[in-house]
Design a protein around this ligand. Structure first.
Ligand code: 2HA
Ligand code: ZN
Length: 270
């Protein structure tokens, strides 16, 4: 067996978690990541017949039967992932129709997967139906997106349009826009189901007064997606209290659509 800490998916996971921490998105134990892996990616690094323990998930997700996920642990700090990946991360395989997570590596202090495991797994199911290439679900607490949910309407079209207007490239990076959930109790199957429902139409789902979920085909892309939305929210929080003299018009956005071959969400542009 090769050392799993040298696996490309592992080094990328550690770098991403570290980077997110240094962006201030993951204070204390805030946030979580799940990365879907194929059998071929892990087979050189773990013996998939050696199950360290079986943990009930409390939900079903038959679509994910037999799938592997590298996932952050509950109560674990992103700050510490780089120093002790084997404590703060775990590699699990879903069995029993998604009802059981078999631990194959990690969580060496007896820990378990993130409290937001339902939202992650249900979001994977939803995104895979839209995009079979989706591999990542990422949750964090970026300050400006969070701040925006206190002062901006939570109407999804308005929220999306405001973000698109804050940086020229926003509509190119997230043409499907940003979906928004009202405040809900985190860590529950209910917020998981609601998040997954929102993931059917967008790769970004804001949890009002809490944070954001992003989904994408790899860690870099998903990080970049959240990074771009957070930058837009930062601009908004810098200008929201000032008179607006200039803006990105719908006509400009149509030019961007044509130039970059993207299509803004139906009905979101005039
Ligand atoms: O503590 O961010 O949403 C992890 C979280 C819960
Ligand atoms: Zn959170």
């Amino acid at each position: 067996m090769k050392d799993i800490l040298t696996a490309p998916f592992m080094t990328e996971m550690i770098r991403t978690a570290t980077n997110m921490y240094y962006h201030g998105w993951n204070e204390r134990n805030g946030g979580n990541i799940s990365l879907l892996l194929e059998e071929e990616q892990i087979q050189d690094y773990v013996n998939s017949n050696t199950v360290l323990c079986s943990i009930p998930t409390g939900f079903t997700a038959p679509e994910l039967e037999g799938k592997y996920f590298l996932v952050t642990g509950t109560g674990k700090y992103f700050k510490n992932v780089q120093y002790a990946p084997e404590v703060n991360l775990g590699l699990v395989r879903l069995t029993d129709g998604g009802g059981t997570a078999e631990l194959l590596w990690g969580f060496t202090d007896g820990g378990r997967f993130t409290s937001e495991f339902p939202a992650h797994m249900m979001s994977h199911v939803a995104r895979l139906k839209v995009d079979p290439e989706n591999r990542v679900v990422m949750h964090c607490h970026p300050a400006n997106l969070l701040a925006m949910t206190y002062v901006h309407t939570l109407d999804e079209r308005e929220f999306t349009r405001t973000l698109w207007q804050m940086c020229t490239e926003c509509i190119v990076v997230f043409p499907d826009g940003v979906n928004v959930l009202p405040w809900m109790l985190c860590g529950t199957n209910e917020i998981g189901e609601a998040t997954a429902e929102k993931m059917k139409t967008a790769r970004l789902v804001v949890w009002s007064l809490h944070g954001i979920y992003g989904a994408g085909k790899d860690l870099d892309e998903t990080f970049g997606l959240i990074e771009t939305a957070e930058k837009a929210a930062e601009i908004y929080m810098k200008i929201a209290h000032l008179p607006r003299v200039t803006t990105i018009t719908d006509d400009m956005m149509h030019q961007l659509e044509a130039r970059f071959g993207v299509k803004g969400r139906d009905g979101y542009l005039a």
